[in-house]
Design a protein around this ligand. Structure first.
Ligand SMILES: NC(=O)c1ccc[n+]([C@@H]2O[C@H](COP(=O)([O-])OP(=O)(O)OC[C@H]3O[C@@H](n4cnc5c(N)ncnc54)[C@H](OP(=O)(O)O)[C@@H]3O)[C@@H](O)[C@H]2O)c1
Length: 330
């Protein structure tokens, strides 16, 4: 079978398309025939440098959609032929990949392969809102990088759950209208202006109840100036390249909280809660309330192009990767 192997950390060219040994399932795993997978920002971090202990050579890819080909001896629920979305044990940028049964999510007929390929960002967005922030729909929400994979998912989920007011930030003016289409009420270009004063003005000096921050650094620090009393800021990514440095002073005085979130941590320690979340987001997809936003499609052999596109900050929604033989011609 064919797939991507990273021989050494570095630029997108390090994503090499080549023949790989077909995987065998571990006792609690299945092997999936890949239908479609996608680029997550963490794939880029992993390609650039050591991330979560992954040393080259390795195949990247956190999640994907496939058909069960074979099952390990301890697998009890899944059967060959079933269509599932699943987190990969190794990497999903390949024609076949392994997944633990506990992080496989059987797909309802109403959910398309392309919608299901957003399962990872949808689960992350839902859990950041629900489990980490304990957000309720009457509370105001600010989503950073609102046109991206996680951002577009969070805006749609919040809207589907009845959000009162959603604020979003984006890095360029052309993404503003996209965010509004996803369901954001007020969108700020945080590359062009400081978003905190704009949010304070729009909320009559109150600030927002919940901030979903995947950028870190100075954006997170500025976010604390736009967080309401009793507000919660969830930090779950450093797309900006740097972690934040914050003081506890403005937190305790105003009953504010900064909360960390990691889907990887849930996969490791609370995989059964992810099953619950997956059912919720798949139901919302089946009911036509949320959809994976697709920015571009690439064949697996052009995964390096897909990485370049996401790194350029031009991307909206997700970059999908198809096994070359399944790549849609139009
Ligand atoms: N903790 C978890 O469990 C978890 C799970 C999934 C994802 N994440 C995190 O969530 C974030 C979003 O992931 P995603 O896959 O959906 O990616 P994405 O949002 O589609 O792409 C990243 C976006 O970050 C923004 N950005 C800001 N500063 C940037 C910089 N210096 N370089 C590149 N991009 C920058 C860009 O949007 P603008 O140009 O509009 O600013 C870019 O489009 C990532 O930080 C990822 O690590 C965390």
């Amino acid at each position: 079978m064919n797939g991507i192997l990273i021989h050494q950390h570095g630029a997108p060219e390090e994503l090499r398309y080549q023949t790989l040994t077909p995987p065998e399932p571990g006792p609690d795993e299945v092997v999936l025939q890949t239908l479609v997978t996608s680029v997550n920002f963490a794939d880029i971090k992993m390609r650039r440098s050591l991330y979560r202990g992954r040393k080259p050579p390795f195949t990247p890819g956190f999640d994907g959609v496939g058909v069960v080909l074979s099952t390990g001896a301890q697998v009890t629920q899944l059967q060959p032929g079933q269509r599932v979305a699943a987190y990969a044990t190794g990497g999903s940028y390949a024609e076949q990949y392994r997944a633990k049964e506990v992080v496989c999510y059987p797909l309802p007929d109403e959910v398309s392969n392309e919608d299901a390929t957003g399962i990872g960002v949808m689960i992350t967005a839902y859990n950041a809102l629900h489990w980490a922030a304990r957000w309720t729909p009457t509370e105001t929400l600010l989503v950073h990088a609102g046109a991206g994979g996680v951002g577009s998912s969070a805006i749609q989920i919040a809207r589907a759950l009845g959000a009162k007011t959603i604020f979003a930030t984006v890095g360029s003016d052309d993404k503003v209208s996209k965010c509004q289409l996803f369901g954001a009420d007020h969108v700020f270009n945080y590359q062009a202006e400081e978003f905190a004063p704009a949010v304070m003005e729009a909320t009559q000096g109150r600030g927002v109840d919940v901030i979903l921050d995947t950028i870190g650094g100075s954006i997170l620090e500025q976010g604390l100036q736009a967080l309401a009393t009793f507000g919660r800021l969830v930090t779950f990514g450093h797309s900006g390249g740097k972690p934040a440095s914050i003081s506890s002073q403005p937190l305790h005085r105003e009953n504010r909280a900064v909360i960390g979130y990691s889907s990887g941590g849930y996969r490791k320690h609370r995989p059964h809660l992810l099953q619950e979340t997956a059912k919720t987001v798949l139901s919302l997809m089946a009911e036509d309330k949320i959809h994976t936003q697709i920015g571009a499609r690439f064949p697996l052999s052009q995964a390096s192009e897909a990485h370049r596109w996401v790194e350029s900050r031009q991307s909206v929604g997700k970059a999908l990767l198809y096994p070359d033989a399944l790549f849609p011609s139009s």
